[in-house]
Design a protein around this ligand. Structure first.
Ligand code: 13P
Ligand code: SF4
Length: 350
């Protein structure tokens, strides 16, 4: 943390007053998150965008999140991202070209396949999902959304996170034989018969930060700290979640730790910035440990220095009317279908 950047940022926030809202995801480091007006998990941040009235928003997180915020923003409202190259690697594991091919092939089998896309995806992919009557979901509402999608069609194509898809199917009790993990190295026309029968088709993407969690870490922490609770994020592999005491989004994990009684211990399977923040907040009341230290390098691209730079650029923009390179712009062609995918999610999860 730097005093120089702290002052630049706070001065910038004072300059804009109510004309600026700084939003941030729970995985942002403390030096950044301390400057936010609004923080949350992906669902909360998407939902709360509609309540933000300021003409400027600075979003501290990864690109797809700022893009969703820009998509849901009011006309004329600008969204700026302190590090525009901060891309979530999982979001880049599905492309609109490959998705279109797979959907065409699956629909060619004579079945109505509903695509359900994790919000951790590009705008182009969300747009394609929206134009195929599909919807987005987040880690906080994946069960509700998968239940909805299974009712809407003959089968659901869940993308891009195979772990969130499998974990959600486990929670809904969908049998293993009704699922099929796509192998995208195969040519689309070589889809095996099992894919044609499956009710849930899983795209083979994953989060490299959450796939660092393993069952042996849970066994070790339980052996070393008898009685310790284990809570993990649904992007972790299914074997980890089956052994955990509780599973949920980042905001769920925060509430879970808040509700633990004094003297309890908890090991957390999620990104390290959130775990360290919870450890500091509950020190002396609840012992908070990481299952293993796993940092998201994409989230870490947004630093206090970058936030200060984006604020300086925004002041310049405000005073001179010149466009800022930090602004997130949405391609017109994708706006309506991508918005439709997000709005279907809001309708189902009112
Ligand atoms: P949530 O905050 O929705 O749980 O998402 C976690 C995550 O990996 C965001 O990239
Ligand atoms: Fe993407 Fe995983 Fe980082 Fe979230 S934690 S931004 S899913 S790489």
């Amino acid at each position: 943390m730097s005093e120089e950047f702290f002052e630049t940022i706070e001065e910038g926030r004072r300059y804009f007053g109510s004309r600026l809202t700084v939003m941030g995801h729970h995985y942002q480091e403390e030096a950044v998150i301390r400057h936010t007006d609004l923080r949350g998990d992906s669902l909360e941040l998407a939902r709360r965008t509609a309540t933000v009235e300021s003409p400027y928003i600075i979003f501290c997180g990864v690109y797809f999140m700022a893009e969703s915020t820009a998509l849901l923003a009011r006309p004329g409202q600008e969204v700026h991202l302190p590090e525009p190259s901060a891309e979530c690697s999982m979001a880049l594991m599905s492309s609109p070209e490959r998705l279109e091919q797979v959907l065409e092939d699956l629909n060619g089998l004579g079945r109505r396949v509903i695509p359900l896309v994790y919000i951790n995806s590009t705008l182009a992919v969300k747009a394609l999902v929206g134009s195929h009557h599909g919807a987005t979901c987040t880690s906080a509402n994946a069960e509700k959304m998968l239940t909805w999608a299974l009712k809407e069609g003959d089968a659901v194509l869940f993308l891009p996170d195979k772990n969130l898809g499998a974990n959600t199917a486990n929670r809904l009790g969908l049998p293993e034989e009704d699922r099929f993990l796509l192998n995208l190295k195969n040519k689309p026309e070589s889809l095996p018969a099992a894919a044609a029968r499956a009710r849930l088709l899983l795209w083979p993407g994953f989060c490299s930060i959450h796939t660092r969690f393993h069952l042996r870490q849970i066994e070790r922490v339980r052996a070393e700290h008898p009685g310790i609770k284990v809570v993990a994020h649904p992007e972790c592999p299914p074997v980890v979640l089956k052994a955990a005491d509780a599973v949920g989004s980042t905001s769920f994990i925060i509430r879970y730790v808040e509700e633990l009684p004094a003297g309890a211990s908890v090991a957390i399977g999620t990104e390290i910035n959130l775990v360290e923040r919870l450890a500091a907040q509950h020190r002396g009341r609840v012992k908070v440990l990481p299952l293993v230290e796993s940092a998201c390098t994409h989230m870490a691209q947004t630093t206090e220095e970058r936030l200060a730079a984006s604020l300086k650029a925004l002041i310049h923009r405000d005073q001179n009317g010149e466009p800022s390179s930090f602004e997130v712009r949405i391609a017109d062609a994708w706006r309506e279908p991508a918005k439709a995918a997000l709005e279907r999610m809001f309708e189902v999860c009112r």
